[in-house]
Design a protein around this ligand. Structure first.
Ligand code: PEP
Ligand code: MG
Length: 898
């Protein structure tokens, strides 16, 4: 039996915090209604109803009656009934999920119009026949396309034909008779394509539209968008039934979108687009060109003033940038939607600090208004400022700076090609007249998006900003010919498919060819190279500086770097690293030292081996001296050699060929023969599960001892030079405490020898990586012999899932992502339920045995925003990540703690 649930809520019953239940649009319509703002009356069908429908394929039994009751109340209130012949009530049926999915789901306007009521609508509007027929043709078109699944192009073609026949260059050139004829054609298209007549019964229209909205949750493009944005697939959408107001009732009507601040810069001011005598989606779709919102002041001052006041109310109420959709019906302003608006990364930082200055939010809240992904975006390079002056860079267009960044790539004119080319490793710029939701795949694949039509609120702009992708839109001087795959710029410059093009989403400029890029001002700031000034970049840097200070003040997690040379260490330090969490010593065995490793591997006698190790020792020691100096006063965790030895030897096939050729010439050299033998001996089917990590240390006598000696001697040398080295020795790939104990004893002996020889007390901590399931499961035992744990979540993910970390991304992960088995690779974001559970229990078990056990993580997850929050929750002491991700980790650690 179905639970007795309430599925329908009047706008007066909800509020902004009910997004789970009413979707974002419904919750905010309710909030505005309760704020006393002019919202057309209506009601919302909850996401719960949608979930029942998606699970069972049927609307909940109680829904029909509940909708009837709310419709009755609405009709009472409006004094007319849905589709009433002489004076019809019309409604819109609009989707609205918890998270905004721009353009992904369905909306139908003008529900209630029919052959019978179209005249009534004309009468209602004071005899405006044209308006009535225009509204009706929009209904048949939208309903036919979204509810009955008729190809939208068929309607567009019929409309174009009607305009051509009339010699009109826009739909405004069609009169009532033309539109009436068009409605007839549209209905014929519906009958032919959908195999049924356009429904004349208003309630049937409404019920079918509601169901279509439910169904639109699971369209391919909606699913793709959710995966991209990591929106869960089971939330469902709410459906908003709202009494219609009309922006297409003549020049004193119109529709628009507005922002309470500039979503690109964060500056306060009048931002938005307005379109006179138009309805609904015309603005967003970029059908006709809009005028800047500021011009509304001259078109309709009263409505403009009222809108400005409402925007102020909304910003103070939501304490954030809001975006708004509104309609003016014959001089009467109506609010159709508001929500906390999407913004660029730079604007997010600026707005957060501006709102703190205005006293609207505190610092903790400011941290929640930005995120690490945005900070990461701000660290991308951009085009040189001087590009315009420099010879050789030809600017061919100047559109709207819709989503910042510098993007260079080959021109492509359709999504299919964008995807295909990017799969084969090409960087592409997707060029369209305007985009629609079907372009999503191509937008994801492209480096950047360029359109010739549409404003800051066009589909391309909104979606690109959401994805953090560079976008220039509305570059009107560019003529985009998608059929012939070319773009023509003023002066006859032609860009063909495959030609290189550069777009600057921060300025809106478009260039032929490849324009060089410069580092971002935010990176310059982290590098300590940013000088004070009052320009645009500096304002952003100030905001970043303040937010980073908030984050550093509240975070509990420390942030270290994965670095294995002095240069990276120094950069990491400038970026705020509090030490090195992982120095991979294998990087010190490459290059010209490879030959020494060969000698080590080939050694037949103890003397030969010791010679090789003795030759490596001073080199290793010199590496560590530099590193400890760069990180003076901060901990440096040095990991002993980890990868299988054969990685340092020649490739087996190449060497075999070389030896075979030499043998055929009878001049095979002794060394090559021995080398080949060694390579064969060391060759493994599964090297990742083979002779590596601690196993190497146990099998190759003296190897780890040499490394420990190098660390200890380097530390002693730094101490003698009055430095403050804080080395920690880390043993990789331990699966059982016995392994650790053996290596530890050996290390202790070496350290004692160095201490005695140099007369210093070194206090070198010895710890282990936890990167095998067995290590995690026996963490309590291992903690007996370890002063610290560092979770190696790369190997731990590999071994917990049984996924080869080197192969899966290229083989079956795409299929897994497409099937929604996971929304993001577990090598990127920690798998909380599996790998994460092991991290949590190992941390607890380790601390139970050794309360002062230091806990860190040095896998790739250490710089991943979501994972950082998890590591904060399980109580680790630090995360360690690559130098460039340190600011992101600092910020996210702050956000996790705030
Ligand atoms: C790990 O496994 O997570 C780790 C940090 O070690 P590596 O990536 O070097 O195997
Ligand atoms: Mg590892």
């Amino acid at each position: 039996r179905e639970k007795k649930l309430k599925y329908v809520y009047d706008f007066t019953e909800g509020n902004k915090d009910l997004k789970d239940l009413l979707g974002g649009k419904g919750a905010n319509l309710a909030e505005m209604t309760n704020l006393g703002l002019p919202v057309p009356p209506g009601f919302t069908i909850s996401t719960e109803a949608c979930k029942v429908y998606l699970e069972s394929g049927r609307e909940p039994a109680a829904l029909r009656d509940e909708v009837s009751a709310h419709l009755d109340a609405l009709e009472q209130r409006m004094g007319r009934t849905l589709g009433q012949q002489d004076d019809p009530l019309l409604v819109s049926v609009r989707s609205g999920a918890k998270f905004s999915m721009p353009g992904m789901m369905d909306t139908v306007l003008n529900i209630g119009l029919s052959d019978a009521s179209v005249a009534g609508l004309a009468a209602q509007s004071g005899g405006d026949e044209r308006f009535a027929w225009d509204s009706y043709r929009r209904l048949v078109q939208m309903f036919g396309n979204t509810v009955l699944g008729v190809d939208g192009d068929l309607f567009e073609e019929a409309l174009e034909a009607a305009k051509r026949a009339k010699g009109a260059d826009s739909d405004l050139g069609l009169d009532a008779a033309d539109l009436r004829k068009l409605v007839g054609e549209y209905k014929a298209i519906v009958a032919e394509q959908a195999g049924r007549d356009f429904p004349q019964e208003p309630r049937e229209q409404m019920d079918l539209a509601i169901r279509a909205v439910f169904d639109s949750w699971n369209t391919e493009r909606a699913k793709l968008y959710r995966r991209q944005e990591r929106i869960p697939g089971d939330l469902g959408t709410a459906v908003n039934i709202c009494s219609m107001v009309f922006g297409n009732l003549g020049p004193d009507s119109g529709t628009g979108v507005a922002f309470t601040r500039d979503p690109a810069s964060g500056h306060q001011g009048v931002y938005g687009d307005y379109l006179q005598n138009a309805q609904g989606e015309d603005v967003v779709a970029g059908i006709r060109n809009t005028v800047p919102l500021a011009e509304l002041e001259t078109i309709d001052k009263a409505s403009y003033d009222q809108l400005m006041k409402i925007m102020e109310t909304l910003e103070t109420h939501y304490k954030d940038l809001c975006d708004i959709e509104f309609t003016i019906e014959r001089g009467h302003l109506w609010m159709l939607q508001t929500r906390v608006g999407k913004r660029t990364a730079a604007a997010a930082f600026r707005i957060a600090t501006q709102l703190v200055d205005q006293g609207l939010i505190d610092e903790a809240e400011a941290l929640q208004r930005v995120n690490g992904a945005q900070l990461g975006q701000l660290m991308f390079p951009r085009f040189e400022d001087s590009v315009d002056d420099a010879a050789g860079y030809q600017r061919i267009g100047w559109g709207i700076a819709a989503s910042p960044g510098a993007a260079v790539g080959k021109a492509v004119f359709d999504s299919y090609t964008a995807v295909k080319w990017s799969r084969s490793g090409e960087r592409v710029i997707l060029i369209r007249r305007e985009t629609n939701p079907d372009d999503l795949n191509g937008m994801i694949a492209a480096e950047g998006i360029l359109t010739s039509r549409g404003g800051k609120t066009s589909h391309a702009a909104v979606v690109a900003r959401g994805m953090g992708k560079t976008c220039v839109c509305g570059a009107e001087e560019l003529e985009v010919d998608t059929k012939r795959r070319r773009l023509t710029a003023p002066g006859g410059v032609v860009i063909e498919e495959g030609d290189l093009i550069s777009i600057d989403g921060s300025t809106g400029k478009v260039y032929v060819g490849e324009v060089p890029v410069v580092p971002s001002p935010v990176v310059e700031y982290f590098e300590g190279r940013m000088h004070a000034g009052a320009d645009e970049a500096d304002e952003l840097v100030q905001a970043v500086h303040r937010i980073m200070a908030y984050a550093d003040r509240v975070r509990r997690l420390r942030v270290r770097a994965n670095a294995d040379n002095a240069e990276d260490a120094a950069r990491a330090r400038r970026f705020g690293a509090q030490g090195i969490g992982l120095c991979r010593t294998e990087h010190m065995f490459l290059g010209e030292r490879r030959e020494l490793v060969e000698r080590l591997v080939l050694a037949d006698t103890d003397t030969e081996r010791d010679d090789a190790l003795n030759a490596l020792l001073p080199l290793q020691k010199a590496d560590f001296v530099e590193l400890f100096e760069a990180m003076d006063g901060l901990p440096v965790t040095v990991r002993l050699l980890d990868p299988p030895l054969h990685e340092f030897l020649p490739d087996i096939t190449e060497l075999s060929v070389r030896v075979a050729l030499a043998e055929s010439r009878k001049d095979a050299n002794e060394n090559d023969l021995r080398l080949l033998q060694a390579v064969h001996k060391l060759h493994e089917q599964n090297p990742m599960l083979g002779l590596r990590g601690v196993r190497l240390g146990l099998v190759i006598p003296g190897l780890f001892a040499m490394q420990v000696r190098a660390i200890a001697e380097a530390a002693a040398q730094r101490r003698a030079a009055k430095g403050d080295p804080r080395a920690e020795i880390m043993i990789p790939l331990v699966g059982t405490v016995q392994e650790l104990e053996i290596v530890r004893d050996e290390a202790d002996t070496v350290i004692a020898e160095v201490e005695a020889a140099t007369g210093t007390t070194l206090k070198l901590a010895i710890g282990t990586m936890i990167e095998l399931p067995r290590a995690a499961l026996t963490a309590g035992q291992i903690a007996e012999a370890a002063e610290f744990f560092s979770f190696g979540t790369n190997d731990l993910t590999q071994t917990v899932w049984g996924f080869s970390r080197d192969d899966v991304e290229a083989s079956f992960f795409t299929a897994y992502l497409e099937k929604g088995i996971f929304g993001v690779s577990p090598f990127e974001t920690i798998d909380v339920d599996g790998v994460g559970a092991l991290v949590r229990s190992a941390a607890e078990a380790g601390r139970a045995v050794r309360p002062d056990l230091k806990l860190g993580i040095c896998g790739e997850h250490g710089g991943d925003p979501e994972s950082v929050h998890f590591f904060h929750r399980v109580g680790l002491d630090y995360v360690s990540c690559s130098p460039f991700r340190i600011p992101v980790a600092r910020l996210e650690a702050g956000r996790a703690a705030a």
